[in-house]
Design a protein around this ligand. Structure first.
Ligand code: SF4
Length: 383
């Protein structure tokens, strides 16, 4: 039994997570509610207002750095196993947001090729072009290339050296308690991720500083492990425990928890052919009633509806327009067929615009990865 499985709530960074009630995570895992620190965010964001960023660990440390004008880092990454989907887009949007809050921010973006090999068997040579595409995606979403370090885990010797140092402090029992019984390669990749998260605090990158890691809440076991390691190694490295902001998991089109790149029909990717995207959306789970007559009489149930979630979390920026969807749904004025068709139009518009921007970012993405490779290979000194 995993420590991260408590009653009906499962958090698993490498598998399916099952979270029926996000507020339970506050009490079960000590995650703190974002709703209690809303006044500390200097600028609002769609995902903040709508509760998608629902939880955090120690985030005030980073928000204080923003308000004091001191340095902080934004750290996250992507496992290069395929194209961006709505889950990876959500993490990317948080990175862009935290980068934009101050010109004292520095972004560290790890291409998790070690994890892609350990978890998905993708060789480093195969993951390169996927990495270029993924970096172009985040640039198209709005990441500014200044003060950004993009690197591959397999090339960043400091990350590998940190992972080796951390391996002294962990036992199999400890990893088993956090992650359950897993192949040792996954335990190793968890230590590599701890190296990624603590990399921005090494002397070579300016020393200890607040770091925010925007991630889906299924990645919390990595955050807990890393915060524990930061504490254990604080005397040696001066590490400050890293902060995290968690987003809810994006439900699959069929309504199951967490979109998975492993099941293409459940996922909307950012390079979706419009006809395929439309087909997927038209088959999505709704909160509609059994018949049109019943829906007109009783209204729909947007809180059960994946289509509504996609409007809310991804494709409708205007709060007023979202409210119209909700009101029309619950009053029975809106039927699911037309509602899904409208979403498909918004999705097509978004994908077309994203693809146009992404094509323009491909060369820059390649350049950032090349520059990152040079920095990564330039040294392995961690002390
Ligand atoms: Fe969902 Fe739209 Fe149907 Fe309401 S009308 S249940 S929001 S698909």
């Amino acid at each position: 039994m995993k420590e991260c499985k408590l009653s009906e709530t499962i958090i698993d960074p490498w598998g399916s997570s099952d979270i029926a009630d996000y507020s339970r995570l506050f009490e079960l895992f000590g995650i703190e509610p974002v709703s209690k620190i809303l006044d500390k965010f200097p600028v609002t964001h769609r995902l903040l207002r709508r509760g998608m960023w629902f939880g955090h660990r120690d985030l005030t440390k980073v928000l204080d750095a923003v308000s004091n004008g001191s340095e902080y880092a934004v750290m996250s990454g992507i496992k290069p196993t395929g194209v961006f989907h709505l889950g990876t887009k959500t993490t990317a949007e948080a990175m862009v947001y935290f980068q934009s809050l101050s010109n004292k921010s520095r972004v560290f973006y790890a291409v998790a090729d070690v994890e892609a090999y350990c978890d998905n068997g993708i060789k480093f040579s195969q993951s390169h072009e996927l990495a270029v595409s993924n970096v172009a995606d985040i640039l198209a979403i709005g990441l500014k290339p200044e003060r950004v370090y993009v690197y591959k885990q397999s090339e960043e010797k400091r990350v590998m050296n940190l992972a080796s140092v951390f391996s002294k402090a962990v036992t199999t029992n400890m990893m088993h308690a956090i992650y359950g019984e897993r192949p040792f390669g996954l335990y190793f990749s968890a230590l590599v991720q701890a190296g990624d998260i603590l990399l921005p605090q090494l002397k070579v990158f300016g020393g200890p500083k607040p770091v925010v890691v925007p991630v889906g809440v299924d990645q919390d076991p990595h955050i807990r492990l890393t915060r524990d390691l930061a504490k254990r190694y604080s005397d040696e490295f001066g590490f400050i425990e890293p902060s995290a902001v968690f987003h809810k998991l994006v439900r699959s089109l069929q309504g199951t928890q967490k979109m998975s790149k492993r099941d293409p029909m459940s996922v909307l990717t950012l390079n979706e052919d419009p006809a395929v995207a439309r087909k997927k959306i038209m088959n999505a789970l709704t909160g509609g009633r059994a018949t049109a007559e019943e829906q007109r009489r009783l209204g729909g149930e947007p809180d059960k509806c994946v289509v509504y979630e996609y409007y809310r979390d991804h494709f409708l920026e205007s709060d007023a327009e979202l409210e119209v969807v909700r009101v029309e749904c619950v009053s029975g004025k809106r039927l699911c067929g037309e509602c899904k068709a409208q979403l498909a139009e918004l999705v097509e518009k978004y994908m077309t615009e994203h693809t146009r921007k992404k094509e323009k970012c491909m060369d820059l993405a390649r350049k950032l990865l090349e520059e990152g490779s040079e920095i990564a290979r330039s040294g392995g000194e961690i002390f």
